[in-house]
Design a protein around this ligand. Structure first.
Ligand code: NDP
Length: 598
């Protein structure tokens, strides 16, 4: 640990965090990014699957699911388990997998332990090969789920929804696609994810570069050589490669670029926090003692520790649970020392202290790995851990000890300009053969990002959410009968294990639809009162934490001034596990309070 840090008081840390944030907040906020058009329009195309001609489909289905990622697959699986067979997935990609279909960059891997990240492991009788598995294994698992539950049957791939509209006369959702399909679905589930399109950094001159340029979401292995299983990218051996961005994606692909590029220039605006990953293969010993129901137990255990709860054992034991356990233990010791204090009084202080301690460890870790002091200083993150997606890696920081890997720290300013031969940062020009854009994805709370959803009386979801998202449980909306969405917001919002949110929501969705069918009803809808009560209940949650964070997509690039921006992050005030338990009780009671069936 550097001397400065060791001596930094909590107050000094707060000031440093604020100064680093202030440096980075830009007037243009999220507008700084560009949608891929012009020379970048291909980023919206699918390079992996040839689109084959087919006749438009015009028929009826019981359930249509938009999105074939883990959200849609979990919903499909739970519906099939509930005996609802007529399920059609509509997916813009050429296969299931969602982000794991599109993102094939070298080093792509889950950041959450595979035993909890990969959904439906027991149902598919699969055991992950390692604690954290590579993207291609995750994609194969998505395929396994689709095969196990016959979700490939009738699925419409390479098909983008253009509109979903509730037709009150026939009491069906009418779904139109870019392939001329017109599906009439009794029920509609949307698992479209918040991040589907790559976005570009709005750097002047980005169109001018004459060398090679691609986005991480469409890795160009023809240019780099290698493949997504990690074969070396030999074609880069004589190339000067620049990468823009140091977020979770860049952290995973930089070690591979570092190992193979002639020279690698990493253009950093804000460093990521890099904790250790400690990946290891999983063997028979890891699985032999598991009893039926083990995955739900692991999920519950991981989520409990994430929510500040108490569990006898830490089954997953990783960087995510480490911070959670620190907070929990600090709360215990504070209450033991001051028995008159209640949980509410100590929680905030324990959270802040543990966060400071954790981030001091993260910064100290940089010095233990990176040999050049100046580079090490530049790689230290100055914000609270959950302000940005925490990263875990055992080769990222080490890459900067490679003399051919150059960190270009822009001290929060970013790349200034791109021209025909390279780019400018800190007033200096860097000649490059190739630029890799690791600039992330458009983020929407709207499940209408690329198509519009019209409910009763032609009211759009966008209109319904004009002053912020409104839902019951983050799943149902008043005025949108027979519609369910799968996401994080207004539900458990467990960011440490995104798929867990999907599997819990899927169980609820399957139960609601089954109740509707078995009860001889044709329609269900959240009542206005239930939706309003739910939204009010979520209001109790303190949402100040993210607002004061360093800018990023978590907080609308630091512009979280409107209720709507903050509200997208709203979650059940008592945390994810409390929400999952609440939802499970709500399902088991079987009266589905707040939903009217007709
Ligand atoms: P991010 O949005 O997290 O990162 C974009 C990066 O581009 C940031 O470092 C940003 O800097 C940088 N940037 C943008 N504009 C400029 C500029 N003008 N000059 C220099 N740098 C610039 O995208 P990612 O693709 O990394 O990650 C997106 C999300 O995907 C993650 O947060 C995570 O949720 C998910 N993910 C999950 C993984 C997993 O589970 N294994 C792996 C990878 C991604 P700044 O920080 O200053 O804005």
């Amino acid at each position: 640990m550097s001397i400065t840090e060791k001596n930094m008081s909590a107050q000094e840390l707060r000031e440093r965090y604020k100064a680093e944030r202030d440096k980075r907040v830009r007037n243009d906020g999220p507008e700084q990014y560009l949608e891929p058009t012009g020379r970048f329009a291909h980023l919206l195309e699918d390079p992996y699957t040839e689109v084959k001609h087919r006749e438009p489909r015009k028929d009826e289905v019981t359930v249509a699911i938009i999105g074939g990622g883990f959200a849609g697959l979990c919903a499909g699986a739970r519906l099939k388990e509930a005996g609802i067979e007529d399920v059609t997935i509509i997916e813009s990609g050429g296969d299931v997998g969602g982000v794991w279909y599109w993102n094939r960059y070298p080093g792509a891997m889950c950041d959450t332990a595979a035993m909890v990240y990969l959904p439906l492991l027991e149902e598919t009788n699969y055991f992950p090969s390692a604690k954290y598995v590579q993207g291609h294994e995750i994609h194969a698992h998505a395929q396994r789920i689709a095969e196990t539950f016959n979700l490939y049957d009738g699925a419409l791939f390479s098909t983008a929804v253009e509109e979903a509209r509730w037709d009150e006369n026939i009491e069906r959702w009418v779904i139109k696609t870019n392939r001329g399909d017109e599906l009439k679905a009794q029920f509609l589930a949307m698992g479209t994810g918040p991040m589907n399109n790559p976005k570009l950094p709005g750097i002047p001159g980005i169109e001018d570069f004459k060398g090679h340029m691609f986005h991480t979401a469409r890795w160009d292995y023809d240019y780099t050589g290698g493949d997504r299983t990690g074969k070396p990218m030999k074609k880069l051996s004589d190339k000067r490669v620049g990468i823009i961005g140091t977020g979770a994606t860049a952290v995973q692909c930089i070690p591979h670029l570092s190992a193979t590029s002639g020279d690698l220039y990493v253009f950093q605006r804000t460093p990521s926090s890099i904790d250790e990953r400690n990946n290891r293969p999983l063997t028979g010993e890891d699985f032999d003692d598991l009893q039926p129901g083990w995955q739900q137990e692991w999920l519950q255990n991981f989520a409990t520790l994430q929510s500040g709860g108490f569990a006898d054992k830490d089954l997953v034991k990783d960087g995510w649970t480490d911070i959670a356990i620190r907070i929990r233990d600090r709360i215990i010791s504070m209450i033991q020392d001051n028995p008159e204090l209640g949980l509410d009084e100590v929680w905030l202080e324990a959270f802040t202290d543990s966060d400071d301690e954790k981030m001091n460890d993260i910064r100290a870790r940089v010095n233990t790995i990176v040999s050049d002091d100046q580079t090490a200083e530049s790689l230290k993150p100055w914000y609270r851990q959950l302000c940005k997606r925490p990263c875990f890696h055992d080769e990222y920081l080490q890459s900067f000890n490679n003399p051919a890997t150059h960190l270009i720290d822009t001290d929060g300013k970013g790349v200034e300009q791109i021209d025909e031969t390279g780019l400018w940062a800190n007033g200096q020009h860097y000649e490059l053969d190739c630029i890799v854009l690791a600039s992330g994805f458009e983020v929407h709370i709207m499940h209408s990002a690329h198509y519009e959803t019209y409910g009763k009386e032609g009211k759009s979801l966008k209109e319904h959410w004009d002053n912020g998202m409104k839902s019951l449980h983050g799943i149902n909306m008043h005025g949108f009968p027979n519609l369910c969405i799968l996401g994080l917001a207004q539900g458990g919002n467990l960011v440490a294990n995104v798929t867990h949110n999907f599997s819990e929501a899927s169980t609820a969705i399957a139960a609601i639809i089954k109740k509707c069918i078995d009860g001889g009803h044709t329609m269900f809808e959240s009542t206005q009162e239930a939706e309003t009560n739910w939204v009010n209940r979520l209001e109790a949650q303190d949402r100040g934490f993210l607002a004061n964070c360093t800018p990023g997509y978590y907080n609308n690039e630091g512009h979280t001034s409107t209720d709507r921006d903050l509200f997208s992050n709203a979650r059940f005030p008592d945390g994810s596990v409390a929400f999952f338990n609440y939802l499970s009780d709500w399902i088991n009671k079987a009266d589905f309070e707040g939903i009217s069936f007709s």
